[in-house]
Design a protein around this ligand. Structure first.
Ligand code: 1GP
Length: 244
């Protein structure tokens, strides 16, 4: 069970590193290369998905499975990105938004297929945070992000998500965000919830990652920056280790 393992690591004070792979961004060769780097750096999780993905997800996951032992979780931007060959799914509800399809509608449509697949389901309260410019996730989801200088709104949303039974809270600045979720907001949200906190979007370098982890993120997600510079995984990994 991936979720139980995540909780155990977090209780132990460890931080986890997740790599987001967008099927549109990798060919066979670059995929092997990044998976090799992910294996070497003991990356904990692979997420597959994106706001807008043109290539089918299932064969992409198949290739990941052929070249890596790291657990693969679906991170679906929409119903077309469902596939039954992942190890699990972040069953995301966009709780910062007021778009009913992304709060519950798509979930109803997807639930029977997901149940039949036997995949592990990790229900996730997904909170989109303003980050300096409009991102694909903001446009495609047709929702307004939480203002970056309103940590109390993010915290109230996260508390509600925990009360509703979500197993993870995910603070998302959006892929390619101008800047990542600000540390003050991360600290505020983390102080108000007991479930693990995931943070991603716009993390460009090791310094960003360090600030986010120090602020209280339990799981850090990187996508774009690692596509361009695979060695960044190794640098970020250093900060996820428990001190001492
Ligand atoms: C995961 O969408 C992010 O939360 C990934 O964002 O591609 O900017 O790292 P980047």
């Amino acid at each position: 069970m991936i979720y139980k393992w995540i909780v155990k690591q977090v209780q132990n004070g460890d931080k986890l590193l997740a790599l987001l792979l967008d099927p549109d961004e990798y060919d066979d060769q670059s995929l092997k290369q990044i998976l090799n780097e992910a294996g070497n750096t003991k990356t904990d999780l692979i997420l597959v998905g994106g706001s807008l993905v043109s290539n089918p997800v299932a064969p992409f996951i198949q290739k990941i499975k052929e070249n890596s032992e790291i657990p693969v979780l679906l991170f679906p931007g929409n119903l077309l990105q469902l596939s039954d060959n992942a190890d699990g799914i972040l069953f995301l509800s966009l709780i910062s938004g007021r778009n009913p399809d992304l709060l519950i509608g798509n979930h109803v449509a997807a639930a029977p297929m997901i149940r039949n697949s036997g995949m592990e389901v990790i229900s996730t309260g997904y909170i989109l945070v303003e980050n300096g410019r409009s991102t694909a996730v903001e446009y495609i989801s047709n929702t307004r992000p939480v203002p970056s200088d309103k940590p109390d709104i993010a915290a109230a949303t996260a508390i509600a998500g925990e009360m509703l039974g979500f197993k993870l809270i995910y603070l998302e600045a959006g892929s390619g965000a101008q800047y990542p979720v600000n540390p003050e907001m991360i600290t505020e949200v983390k102080s108000k919830i007991k479930i693990p906190l995931v943070v991603g979007g716009g993390i460009r370098n090791a310094e960003d990652a360090k600030n986010i982890l120090n602020a209280g993120a339990d799981i850090i997600v990187v996508g774009n920056a690692v596509e361009k510079n695979t060695s960044l995984l190794k640098k970020i990994r250093e900060f996820t280790k428990k001190p001492g």
